[in-house]
Design a protein around this ligand. Structure first.
Ligand SMILES: Cc1ncc(COP(=O)(O)O)c(C=O)c1O
Length: 337
C-alpha cells in the first residue's frame, strides 16, 4: 500500500465490522435489463443499526478519545441517521452524546417525531434537543457547550453528517476496501447518495489516490445540486491537506440532481418505486431520504441509456433503515397493494 493510503497514523475507534459485504444483485440487474449491479452493504456494518456514518465516526471519535473528550455534540434533522449512529457509538465508547436536532423537513406526526431514528437516539441514551429553527439550534448548542464547560466536561463538536476532512478519511478507507474486494473486476461507476458530501468526497479522494478508472456518481438528495461540487471539492481538499498529498483533479466525479425531488427529506414517486424495486428483487431495504433517491437515480440512468446494459456498477448502500419507519404512513401507502 502506498503512503497516502496508509491511515495508520490517525487514531481510530473500532466501531464497525469490516469489510462490509459486496453483493452481486442479479435479479435487480435483470429487472433493469442490465447493467451488472453490485451492492456494497455499508448498511450492515454492525453498530447501532449500521450505515455510512460509522466509517467517519471511527476517525472522528478516535481523535476525540485521544484528546480526552467525554462529551460529543452533533447536529442533524429530526430523523438524522448520523445522530443515531453517533449516539450508538458514544454508548459503545462510554461517552455522553448531545444531539441538537432541527425541524428541517416538512413532516410532522407520530411516526416522524416519535419513531425511527429519534426513538433510537433515546434508546442509545443520547440527550436529544429538538429545535424549531436555526436560531434556536444555535442558542441550544451554545447553552450545551457552556453547561458542559461549567461542569468541567471536555466536549467535541462534530459537523452535520460527520463531514469534515477527518471524517472523510472513513470513505477513503472504504474506497481501498472496495477496490480490494473487486479483485481486479472492472467497474464503470459507483452510485452514492450525496447529502453533506463527506461520503462522496472520501470515495472521490480514494479513487484518485488509487488511480482507479471509475466514475463516482454523486446523487444529490438535497437541493441545490449545483452546490455539491464545491462542497465535495472543499472536503477533498481538507482531507488531502491532512494526508499531505496534492489536491487531486475531480474529473471522475459527476453530480446529478436527477433524483433530488422537491426537497431534503421529501421522497418522490420514483424514490418509493426504487425502494420497492430493491426490496422485491433482492430483499434490500433502501430509505426514503438518501438511498431511495440514489436508487432512483440509478434506475433513471439505466432507463435513459446513460448507464449502458454492458456496464458494471457498484451501488453504495449507505444505510438509513430506521428512517423508513419515520415515514410510517407514507411507507404503508407506498407498499400496500
Ligand atoms: C443513509 C444515508 N445515506 C447517505 C448519506 C449522505 O452522506 P453524506 O452526508 O456523507 O453525503 C447520509 C447522511 O446522513 C445517510 O444518513
Amino acid at each position: 500500500m502506498t503512503r497516502p493510503l496508509d491511515l495508520s497514523r490517525f487514531a481510530r475507534a473500532a466501531l464497525g465490522t469490516w469489510p462490509t459485504p459486496l453483493e452481486d444483485c442479479r435479479r435487480l440487474s435483470e429487472a433493469l435489463g442490465g447493467p451488472r449491479i453490485l451492492v456494497k452493504r455499508d448498511d450492515v456494518n454492525g453498530l447501532g443499526v449500521g450505515g455510512n456514518k460509522l466509517r467517519k465516526l471511527e476517525f472522528l471519535l478516535g481523535a476525540a478519545l485521544a484528546g480526552g473528550v467525554d462529551t460529543v455534540i452533533t447536529f442533524g434533522g429530526l430523523q438524522t441517521n448520523h445522530g443515531r449512529q453517533t449516539a450508538a457509538a458514544c454508548a459503545r465508547l462510554g461517552l455522553r452524546c448531545e444531539l441538537v436536532l432541527t425541524r428541517a423537513v416538512p413532516r410532522t406526526g407520530e411516526a416522524y417525531e416519535r419513531s425511527g431514528n429519534v426513538a433510537l437516539d433515546l434508546l442509545y441514551g443520547a440527550a436529544v434537543h429538538i429545535c424549531d429553527d436555526d436560531a434556536s439550534t444555535e442558542a441550544t448548542y451554545r447553552r450545551i457547550v457552556d453547561e458542559a464547560a461549567a461542569a468541567g466536561r471536555r466536549t467535541v463538536t462534530f459537523p452535520v453528517g460527520g463531514s469534515d476532512g477527518l471524517g472523510v478519511l472513513g470513505y477513503l478507507a472504504a474506497a481501498v476496501e472496495l477496490r480490494d474486494q473487486l479483485a481486479g473486476l472492472a467497474v464503470d461507476r459507483i452510485f452514492c447518495a450525496a447529502g453533506s458530501c463527506g461520503t462522496v468526497a472520501g470515495l472521490a479522494l480514494g479513487v484518485a489516490l488509487l488511480d482507479w478508472p471509475v466514475v463516482v456518481e454523486a446523487v444529490a438528495v438535497s437541493p441545490p445540486a449545483a452546490d455539491k461540487p464545491a462542497q465535495i471539492r472543499r472536503l477533498v481538499d481538507e482531507s488531502a491537506a491532512l494526508l499531505e498529498v496534492p489536491r487531486p483533479a475531480l474529473d471522475h466525479v459527476r453530480v446529478t440532481g436527477r433524483a433530488v425531488g422537491p426537497g431534503y427529506g421529501v421522497p418522490t414517486a420514483e424514490t418509493w418505486a426504487a425502494i420497492r424495486l430493491f426490496a422485491r428483487t433482492e430483499g434490500i431495504t433502501l430509505d426514503p431520504v438518501y438511498t431511495g433517491k440514489a436508487g432512483a437515480a440509478l434506475v433513471d440512468a439505466v432507463r435513459g441509456g446513460e448507464t449502458g446494459a454492458a456496464e458494471t456498477v457498484v451501488f453504495l448502500h449507505t444505510g438509513g433503515l430506521p428512517g423508513l419507519f419515520g415515514y410510517g404512513p407514507e411507507l404503508f401507502d407506498a407498499v400496500a397493494p
